[in-house]
Write a protein that binds this ligand. Structure first.
Ligand SMILES: [Zn+2]
Length: 184
């Protein structure tokens, strides 16, 4: 009996019985998992996390976090991706210690990040028929009324400098390069 944990699926198995490969000096993986990883290549969230943390593969610990956020918090994969993009790409927060890779920040920033991307989306929609050169981001705040609920207070968003920069860049970039659209 040689009990090891599969690098890809996180399951324990007996390396004396099941076909395996070694992904590095320490880690084992099911042969089948290594040949046909359970993560789809087109999964944007996984691709983003891999790049972010310089991983070849999204480690089981982070897979578990994603699963937990979806099942327990009702988040979506796309929402988690948007939260991470906001935190690291827009607000330019440091990744921190790469030995302790985690996306534990997500529950704390999820709603605020969705608000931000909502602003971007609205701005893009609003600008679709306009000359973008005429568009200037409001200096202090953007007021957005809920499109669905009547008699609800308008929501105020205060963007910090990083967010404003991103906002302007993104709106302009959309017109520079139509294929780079944002899907929210
Ligand atoms: Zn496996």
């Amino acid at each position: 009996m040689h009990r090891v944990k599969c690098y890809y699926c996180g399951q324990y198995f007996d390396a004396d019985k099941d076909p395996f490969i070694k992904v590095n000096n320490k880690r084992y993986a099911h042969k089948t998992c290594a040949e046909n990883p359970p993560q789809k290549k087109e999964d944007a969230l996984y691709e983003y996390i891999k790049q972010l943390f310089h991983m070849d593969y999204v480690e089981p610990r982070i897979q578990k976090q994603i699963k937990e956020y979806i099942e327990e918090y009702g988040f979506t994969k796309d929402g988690i991706l948007k939260a991470l993009q906001w935190w690291y790409d827009v607000k330019k927060n440091p990744i921190g210690d790469l030995k302790n890779k985690t996306i534990g920040i997500v529950p704390y920033i999820y709603n605020q990040a969705q608000d931000f991307w909502f602003i971007i989306k609205l701005a893009q929609l609003a600008n679709e028929d306009k000359d973008v050169k005429e568009y200037i981001i409001p200096q202090k705040e953007i007021e957005i009324a809920s499109p669905q609920v009547e008699n609800i207070k308008p929501k105020l968003f205060n963007l910090d400098d990083d967010e404003k920069n991103f906002y302007n860049k993104t709106i302009l970039a959309k017109f520079d390069d139509e294929k780079e659209g944002f899907n929210i």
